[in-house]
Unconditional design. Structure first.
Length: 203
């Protein structure tokens, strides 16, 4: 009986160490799964011609969008786990991130504001993937992100980092995860724009 009480006490103690609520975890996982599904639906069953069609010389093809999404998944996850979470906690910046949980995904999907991709995730610099390879890499990377959200005991809310786009500003590590999902939604919308072009191959 004493052992049972001890086990229960340890379980309770373990629960109190969780820095994200179950609601926060569920919300982030649902968003990550939703943006993954949107991307997979947008790229399902494409022919080689459809993958590589460019609406204009200065616009990305579906394949380039997919490669960017795939590269960005690992890039953003690395920023979170290797840069933000390894730096000292800075909860004094929380006020600058307040209220952004419900805004960040929508902000990323506003394609009226253009951005330039950093060279490591710019698919026009060193193209290296077919469309199918990009999808596979994205799915593997997104699974890693989702597992992290489900299992991490790190204090994501006490580690904050400034996004280089001033309109986005300071985000905590949890919001950076939501940003990751919003980023893939942004470029999935770009894929849909390419597919809606009147010259997009029928097959």
């Amino acid at each position: 009986m004493k052992a049972l009480f001890l086990a229960a006490a340890l379980l309770f103690a373990a629960d109190t160490t969780q820095t994200l609520s179950q609601e926060e975890r569920d919300k982030a996982v649902a968003e990550l799964e939703g943006s993954k599904k949107a991307f997979l639906d947008a790229t399902k069953g494409l022919s080689e011609a459809q993958w590589n069609f460019k609406p204009a010389p200065d616009r990305w093809s579906v394949r380039e969008c997919a490669e960017h999404i795939a590269l960005s998944e690992g890039f953003i996850f690395g920023v979170i786990t290797e840069r933000i979470m390894t730096a000292p906690a800075n909860p004094e910046k929380k006020a600058a991130a307040a209220g952004k949980d419900d805004k960040i995904v929508a902000m990323l999907q506003d394609r009226s504001h253009k951005a330039t991709a950093p060279e490591p995730i710019d698919p026009t610099k060193n193209p290296s993937m077919t469309g199918d390879e990009a999808v596979k890499r994205f799915v593997e990377g997104r699974a890693k992100t989702i597992d992290y959200v489900k299992t991490t005991k790190e204090d994501l809310r006490d580690h904050l980092f400034d996004h280089p786009v001033p309109a986005i500003g300071t985000l905590d590590a949890y919001q950076w995860i939501l940003l990751d999902s919003g980023h893939s939604r942004r470029h999935t919308l770009q894929i849909l724009e390419v597919k809606a072009d009147p010259n997009f191959p029928k097959q």
